[in-house]
Design a protein around this ligand. Structure first.
Ligand SMILES: Cc1ncc(COP(=O)(O)O)c(C=O)c1O
Length: 441
């Protein structure tokens, strides 16, 4: 039986090698090894093509918040497909309206107008464009187009979002980038004072927005000090800048609150969301704005203040139906609370790992990082990182790892399990790390 599955797997892998170009992958590595064929998912468990089970402690790509295989999402999708398979958001569909209203209800503050797109990159691309047009319409006579972002931050692969991204390896082969983006250090090196100094030096009448992830994700799970975002909110208010919070990873319970900005009571002018809004069942992203931003685009048609962007699939009724069913689960099961409790438990367990190679374990809720160093305190080399990673996978646990962010060895493992994770599964993750670490002594 497994043999049969195995031979099927070989055929699939051969076709994959022949025809699929994978993201982030040096394909020559496939001469010596295989990617995993992922066949099934249920809860936190994935099953590969050979019938082996794994605990997915990375939720796909930080996004399967409610876990795999939720039948009620599949049913909602099936029903919506039969009712109305598609219509562009140039007119009105019931699921897109219901979802926008639901988001307005659960998002912090008065964020209440939703512009739909299909991914996190597109959500940020849209936010950046909204910010620039807002600047032109609200400050006529000034030239406000500059956007401040942070090193290590990630906002997406499209040109605008990539230009806002502060990870050298995601940008350095694609220049020239979009002009008008300035980068500052995030905490712990950077403070809000650094940002204010940049605004003053550039001239406040040239700057329109600051974009930031509440907790930097792929750049290392960098949790800011508690005063950072409230202070940043004040500085944005002082100079008339929009605060764009990218909650693509942190939204929908990941950090132990429904939205990470709630940790500090901060309300952005624009919030970008994707990933957990559907838990990956279907693609959907959105840019949600406050009435203050929305009103800047409102007026006599002759003034042409409207936002001239359309995406064929933005607000796809079937994706919105998936999001609604996903949010039903998230709210009913109050998964952010489990994220907080099990996240704290897992953090403490991992902080107890007794290894000279573990430099720091940090994070918030179920968004965690294990940073590694060598015997001299330098970044752990790729060879030993690989050994630990393979050891963890051999123990049946899938985790994430920093990749293509910075020059030199990248020595951070990521954990972002589904928010339904239980204590026994958290213990399995801990044990997998222990076995992985044994491989390097
Ligand atoms: C913080 C953040 N913003 C934006 C994105 C881009 O989202 P997508 O991959 O859906 O385009 C990501 C993706 O990982 C992300 O982590």
């Amino acid at each position: 039986m497994i043999q049969g599955k195995g031979s099927d797997v070989e055929k699939i892998l051969a076709k994959d090698r022949a025809h699929v170009w994978h993201p982030m992958l040096q394909h020559r590595l496939l001469d010596d090894g295989d990617l995993m064929v992922v066949n099934e998912g249920k809860g936190t468990t994935l099953v590969d093509g050979k019938g082996r089970s794994y605990l997915d402690a990375y939720s796909g790509l930080w996004n399967v918040n409610v876990g795999y295989g939720r039948k009620e999402i599949a049913e909602a999708v099936y029903e919506q497909m039969q009712q109305l398979s598609y219509y562009p958001n140039l007119q009105v569909s019931k699921p897109s309206v219901e979802l926008a209203a639901r988001l307005a209800e659960i998002l912090p503050g008065d964020l209440n107008h939703v512009f739909y797109v299909n991914s996190g990159s597109e959500a940020n691309e849209t936010a950046l464009k909204i910010a620039r047009q807002y600047g032109r319409q609200m400050f006529p006579g000034e030239d406000r187009y500059k956007i401040i972002a942070r090193y290590q931050g990630y906002h997406g692969f499209t040109f605008g979002a990539m230009s806002a991204t502060g990870q050298v390896k995601r940008r350095n082969k694609f220049g020239p980038l979009v002009p008008g983006f300035l980068h500052v250090e995030p905490p712990p090196l950077g403070t809000v004072e650094t940002i204010e100094r940049v605004i003053i030096r550039e001239g406040p009448d040239t700057v329109i927005a600051v974009i930031a992830e509440p907790v930097i994700g792929g750049g290392g799970v960098l949790v800011p000090p508690d005063e950072y975002f409230p202070e940043l909110r004040e500085v944005c208010n002082k100079y008339g800048l929009l605060l764009i919070l990218d909650e693509v990873i942190t939204g929908f319970g990941r950090t132990g609150k429904l939205f990470a900005s709630e940790h500090w009571g901060v309300e952005p002018d624009i919030m970008t969301i994707a990933k957990g809004v559907t838990s990956g069942y279907l693609p959907l992203g959105a840019c949600v704005v406050t009435p203050k931003v929305f009103k800047a685009f409102y007026g006599d048609p002759k003034e042409e203040r409207e936002f001239s962007q359309v995406s064929t699939y933005g607000g796809h009724p079937v994706c919105c139906a998936a999001a609604l069913a996903n949010l039903d689960i998230l709210m009913r099961e109050r998964l952010w609370e489990n994220s907080q409790q099990i996240g704290d438990y897992l953090l403490k367990r991992l902080q107890g790992l007794d290894s000279p190679f573990v430099k720091e374990v940090r994070g918030k809720g179920l968004m965690l990082a294990v940073e590694m160093n060598d015997e001299f305190g330098n970044r752990l080399d790729t060879e030993r990182m690989d050994k630990v990673g393979i050891g963890i996978k051999d123990s049946g646990v899938i985790i994430g790892r920093m990749s293509h962010v910075m020059e030199g060895p990248e020595c951070i493992f990521f954990l972002a399990p589904p928010l339904v994770l239980n204590k026994e599964e958290a213990d399995r993750i801990f044990e997998a790390f222990r076995s992985g670490l044994i491989r390097i002594g």
